[in-house]
Design a binder for this molecule. Structure first.
Ligand SMILES: Nc1nc2c(ncn2[C@@H]2O[C@H](COP(=O)(O)OP(=O)(O)OP(=O)(O)O)[C@@H](O)[C@H]2O)c(=O)[nH]1
Length: 429
């Protein structure tokens, strides 16, 4: 189920992770002027006076900052850069050079950035020495340690977001839903910092997880609880085009309710299509359920009405009423559903479509919801759908939740739709 989409999402997270980690490594391996900060004294110390190696190892940004504080108080008298390294006598030489360069504060604002300025100057004064430390100068490490590293900026992310957009659209995720997901990911990731040793992969996966969950979870309610708590009989009417698994889903739900101790009666309100009675009758027979039918062409409202009366008379908990899947015009469809609404006032109207229809299913969900407001959706044939676009899009587009997934042709192949579980299965826990 949704394996193609899973692969694409996993491609996105690993691409971002790889890119970000590469950037972080590059930043450490090829320090810019900033990152070379303080390496000069450190490296020089280790080369010329090994006995003092221990000193720079403690020489992280904190030390630099403390020193900078000291500098501030001495700023008038001495260049802070010189002071910053003066605590380490092995570093005195580069410090003196530093004093010759732009590290000398002319004013208070320069003094505020003393640690970095010292670092910059040291780097300029002794460029190339960082290579000796396997490319990771102590101060560069210290800087990462002390500040964490801002690893994901919007610009860095954009090409990955473009890839993600393509992945979502090619998986039949509706455009507005894809944009919502992209906005969420961008918002969740941009400016994120990766602490040393924490995983970029988790950061990206969590951002994607949150965004997907937000669009999938729209409108969710506890279906079982609503049915259990409603006055009996509970009437549920099903809409959707023919051939998508509507009749099978009604039968599956009859079994679902039976397993929860609720009795059902089926009603074939699809009086439009020849053979619809026989089809639902077959399911009713298989499941040992009562079915109410009228002859083809009769009023669907009358069929559902009779089923409700039957349920009341026989203490049946739930009425499951099919309706015509396709009429001449959507006006006819709306008129039919409105009449059922007016006369029967069903507790829920559920839209059924097949996950494999992708964008078509999403568009139909929107149309049916416009014609006769739905309360939720059932997506069938999820077992045969590698894309997942409809499963991700329907709730956001209609504002009504997906309540069940059909996952096969057997009566027990019906799974309550759990947004958290779906997102976990798409992204990995
Ligand atoms: N793989 C799979 N097949 C399903 C699922 N749900 C229904 N089907 C199959 O889809 C076909 C159509 O299902 P129906 O229940 O007849 O569809 P319908 O919407 O009632 O169609 P009409 O009766 O023509 O209105 C049948 O062969 C079902 O077995 C599902 O979740 N997974």
């Amino acid at each position: 189920m949704f394996d193609g989409l899973k692969d694409k999402l996993s491609g996105f997270t690993s691409d971002v992770e790889e890119d970000v980690d590469d950037d972080a490594l590059e930043a450490e391996d090829e320090p810019d002027a900033d990152e070379a900060a303080g390496e000069a004294p450190a490296d020089e110390a280790s080369e010329s006076e090994p006995a003092t190696d221990a000193q720079p190892s403690e020489d992280d940004t904190q030390v630099a900052r403390q020193t900078a504080e000291t500098d501030r108080s001495q700023a008038d008298a001495e260049p802070p850069a010189a002071d910053a390294v003066a605590t380490d006598e092995s570093a005195t030489a580069p410090a003196a050079e530093v004093g010759d360069t732009d590290a000398v504060p002319d004013d208070e604002s320069q003094s505020d950035d003393a640690a970095e300025t010292a670092a910059d100057s040291a780097s300029e004064a002794d460029s190339g020495s960082d290579e000796d430390d396997g490319g990771r100068g102590l101060a560069a490490k210290a800087k990462l340690m002390a500040t964490g590293k801002t690893v994901i900026e919007e610009d860095d992310l954009q090409s990955h977001l473009d890839d993600l957009e393509l992945a979502l659209l090619s998986s039949d995720v509706e455009m507005s839903v894809a944009n919502e997901i992209l906005d969420g990911v961008k918002e969740n990731l941009t400016g994120q910092t990766r602490r040393r040793l924490s995983s970029t992969g988790n950061l990206v996966r969590d951002a994607l997880r949150e965004s997907l969950y937000d669009v999938i979870n729209v409108g969710q309610f506890d279906f079982d609880e609503r049915v259990q708590q409603a006055d009996k009989p509970v009437t549920i009417v099903f809409t959707g085009v023919n051939g998508v698994g509507k009749t099978t889903s009604i039968a599956k739900l009859a079994q679902y309710f039976e397993e929860r101790g609720l009795s059902t009666v089926l009603a074939n309100g699809d009086t439009y299509r020849a053979g619809a009675n026989e089809q639902l009758e077959k399911h009713a027979e298989n499941l040992g359920k009562k079915i109410i039918t009228h002859e083809q062409g009769s009023d669907p409202t009358a069929v559902v009405y009779d089923a409700v009366e039957y349920a009341k008379a026989n203490d049946i908990d739930v009425v499951l009423g099919d309706t015509a899947g396709r009429l001449h015009t959507s006006d006819d469809l709306m008129a039919q559903l409105e009449k059922i609404d007016r006369n029967i006032d069903p507790d829920m109207t559920l839209f059924v479509d097949e996950a494999v229809a992708g964008q078509d299913a999403v568009n139909r969900a929107r149309e049916f919801d416009n014609a006769a407001e739905i309360d939720g959706a059932i997506l069938t044939k999820a077992d045969a759908d590698p894309q997942g676009g409809a499963a991700i899009s329907v709730a956001h587009v209609t504002g009504k939740p997906i309540l069940f997934l059909g996952t096969g042709q057997d009566y027990d192949d019906l799974e309550p739709f759990d947004p958290e579980e779906i997102v976990d299965s798409l992204i990995g826990e």
